[in-house]
Design a protein around this ligand. Sequence first.
Ligand code: NAD
Ligand code: DAU
Length: 358
Amino acid sequence: MKTMAKRGQRILVTGGAGFIGSNFVRHWCDRADEMVVLDALTYAGNRATLSDLEAREEFSLVEGDIGDAALVAQILEQNRIDTLVHFAAESHVDRSILGPAAFVQTNVVGTFTLLEAFRKHWDTAGKPDDFRFLHVSTDEVFGSLGPEDPAFSETTPYAPNSPYSASKAGSDHLVRAYFHTYGLPTLITNCSNNYGPYQFPEKLIPLMCVNILLGKPLPVYGDGQNIRDWLHVEDHCEAIAIVLQQATPGETYNIGGNNQVKNIEIVESLCDLMDQLAPELPTQPARDLITFVTDRPGHDRRYAMNISKIQRDLDWQPKYDFATGLKQTVQWYLTHRDWWQPLLSEEYQTYYRNLYSV
Ligand code: NAD
Ligand code: DAU
């Protein structure tokens, strides 16, 4: 294994108040001399998630948009940032179908703005070798797999199918171009579905946990047979940390859990875990809440990641087994009602009614 570089000690984390970003901030914060989170605090961003870190001298959270070039330039310069880890995005496929404009604005134009600001900052600093711009992307850029297709590799052609995945593909292409054209030291990671603590309760796993706790129907799209490759968020954060420290600029890495599961199997497992961990809930068995609903338009059937490159080159492996990670996640939502209850706002209810026609 290669030696760990001392990289990322002055780090800007975009989208650090969201699900994966906040988990990464916790994962990385003890290694940083300076850590700035830039987050627009959209519906998906939550200051409360990081409140315990705000007292730390080396930590700051700036509320702002990655598309604000002057603000980004100021943060990079004033904090002498050498590493930028870019999580900020509109991240939910369903919202991209309801309203794609914000996805193009944040994911494409916002990423372009960050790249430009970071390029100027890197130029001004004399193009140091150890600066890094790490762009966090998704397996969805590769499209949809049939049942027998091999898993996506780093050389699978891009074939995005939703406005969300198309906007992420656009941002990936820009990052790639900044490496090839300007030599900017960029890295790209493409990861599969994450689960774990602090995920906003409109994605599959937290939505089902919260709805079981509230005794509400569990909306499964279509026939429930769609397959995703699930990875615990801590495993994803560890992979990003390793890529940041060890990878050569210009590289891309696929990250996944080697863990392909059908949606309906996940929902049933969540129901069974809740029956076991919260036997006082009124609807028992929780499986009685499962309701098949109209499918997501253009719903990708199957994703799976071939992770042999990151395993071989950087010696990373997922550590969580799914049963343990899922149980830990259910326990987290059971014991953190104070975190998720305030998120079920009027905006959330309106979104929910629009999406599920209820
Ligand atoms: P999330 O929606 O939970 O968090 C996104 C964060 O970005 C929020 O805090 C939000 O406030 C912030 N944000 C949005 N627009 C912004 C803007 N214009 N300026 C500044 N901040 C802004 O998303 P997540 O699930 O944590 O995903 C993080 C990243 O990882 C995304 O780029 C996503 O595409 C990628 N990804 C997610 C998954 C997954 O399973 N969740 C898997 C692979 C890749
Ligand atoms: O694959 C990585 C992607 O995973 C990330 O790039 C995205 O940011 C992240 O949101 C996630 O996208 P998905 O569309 O896969 O996530 P979601 O949790 O919305 O859905 C997971 C699966 O569950 C998908 O097949 C749709 C299905 N689903 C989802 C919801 C919200 C349902 O059946 N019912 C639901 O109510």
